[in-house]
Structure formats: C-alpha cells, structure tokens
Design a protein around this ligand. Structure first.
Ligand code: ATP
Length: 234
C-alpha cells in the first residue's frame, strides 16, 4: 500500500533521513521504533508531504506522492495523528472533532462520522461540550485519534501515541489502534519509542537509528531479537 525507497531528507545541514526504505502492507499494523531523534517523525512528515524529500520515492497505492501537496495526500486517505496530540485546548471536544472532517462538505456525512467517533469513544460523547484542554492526557490522545478518523483514513499515521501516558492508558490506546484496523479496515503505520507496546501490537516492524533503517522483521521476531531486546526492550 505504501512504499518508501531510498528517502533522504534534510533540515538545513542536518541529514535527518539517509536513504530510508520501508513498506506498509494493506491491512497491516506496521511500526517504526527507535530512539529520540532517530528520524521517526521526519519519516511520517515525508509521507504526509509536510517535509520535502531531497531524493528517493514515496509511493502510495502504486502512485508517487512525494511531490503531492499535504492536502491532496489527506484527500487520498493518508491522515496523520501528530506527536503531542495537538488538539485545540480552547475548542470543545465536538469542535475539535469537526475540524477533522474539514474535507467533507456534506453535513449529513460529517454528522455520521461524528456519531461513529462517539460510538467508538463514548467518553468523548460525554465530554463533547467541554474544552479539549480539560481532558486528561489519555482522553486527549483519544480525541486526536478520533479527529483523524473523522477524515476516514485508509492509512493512519500515528506519531508516539503512548507519549507521557501511564501504562494502563497505553494499553487502552494500543487496543483502540487494533480496533481501528479490525473494524474500520484502516492500515496503520505507528511510530513509537515504546518498542514493547508497539511490537506487541504490530505485524511488522522497522528499527531506525540516526536516519537509517538498521533492522526489519515480523514484530514477533523483532521481539525475540537480542539486538532489539538489548537496545529497546530493557
Ligand atoms: P522524537 O521522538 O524526538 O521526535 P524522532 O525519531 O521522531 O525523534 P525526528 O524528529 O525525525 O526524530 O528528528 C530527526 C533528526 O532531525 C534529529 O536530529 C532532529 O534533531 C532533527 N530535526 C527534527 N526536526 C527538526 C527541525 N524542525 N529543524 C531542525 N532539525 C530537526
């Protein structure tokens, strides 16, 4: 469904991605694990069309998308949940959700997407008139995910959904991600520093170090790999 081949990206003189190649198969949950600053977020940003690539290709459903605008990429079904949630704290939960459907013109469609969100996240229905900023960290992460689902993604990109959350809440969020794949049929690319949680959930994984993919395998095998265990699973 999605393929990166030899992707290089820079921030000024910083060579953030040094020839990243990876593939995400339709219906899979795939994860990209690695330390702080390894290039995980940058990889997602190149797929979303926000960070331009210097060379290489990004192909989605057989079409190159690395010169396509971020808005058109969303239109084609790739939606990103950014690191740190980035919800609007002063807007209500419902207003935050409606922003996720900005490409949808049909009001009835928007409302049915809202209804689907509320049935997946009953807590958001309860809190729909509250400002987003009053939610707990876990609820804000749910809101950020639900907002992305309002755009009915075919490929959902998640940047560190476990960041700053307690272990029980992380488990809950990971369960929700699995549910999105199973019930909505979305394909998922998940970026995580929490390698254990990400690999437990995923079908396939990539390990990235200083801008390069150094290891890839089924998540099950990565969990057993001594290099992964030593460096990422403590
Ligand atoms: P984190 O979990 O901290 O977000 P990451 O693996 O997602 O880490 P990236 O954010 O992709 O890593 O960063 C890759 C490299 O690019 C790092 O060296 C980082 O310092 C640098 N970098 C990221 N964003 C910028 C930016 N806006 N300007 C300059 N350098 C940046």
């Amino acid at each position: 469904m999605l393929r990166l081949e030899g992707v290089h990206a820079y921030y000024g003189r910083i060579h953030a991605l040094k020839g990243v190649s990876l593939e995400v198969r339709e219906g899979h949950i795939c994860c990209l694990i690695g330390a702080n600053g390894a290039g995980k977020s940058t990889t997602l940003m190149t797929i979303s069309g926000i960070t331009p690539i210097a060379s290489g290709t990004v192909t989605y459903q057989g079409q190159p998308i690395h010169r396509v605008s971020p808005e058109e990429i969303v239109r084609r079904g790739i939606v990103q949940v950014p690191e740190g949630r980035r919800i609007f704290p002063n807007l209500t939960v419902q207003e935050n959700l409606m922003l996720g459907a900005y490409l949808q013109r049909d009001k009835a469609e928007k409302l049915s997407a809202l209804e689907r969100s509320f049935s997946m996240f009953p807590i958001l229905r309860e809190r729909r008139r509250q400002p987003g900023g009053t939610l707990s960290g876990g609820e804000q992460q749910m809101l950020a995910i639900a907002r992305a689902l309002m755009g009915t993604p075919r490929l959902l990109l998640l940047d560190e959904p476990s960041l700053g959350l307690a272990p029980l809440i992380v488990e809950r969020i990971m369960g929700i991600i699995r549910q999105i794949r199973d019930e909505r049929g979305a394909t998922i690319l998940l970026v995580e520093q929490n390698a254990q949680a990400a690999l437990d959930l995923s079908d396939y994984g990539y390990v990235i170090e200083t801008g390069e993919v150094v290891l890839e395998d089924s998540a099950r095998r990565l969990l057993e790999d001594p290099r992964v265990r030593e460096a990422y699973l403590g």
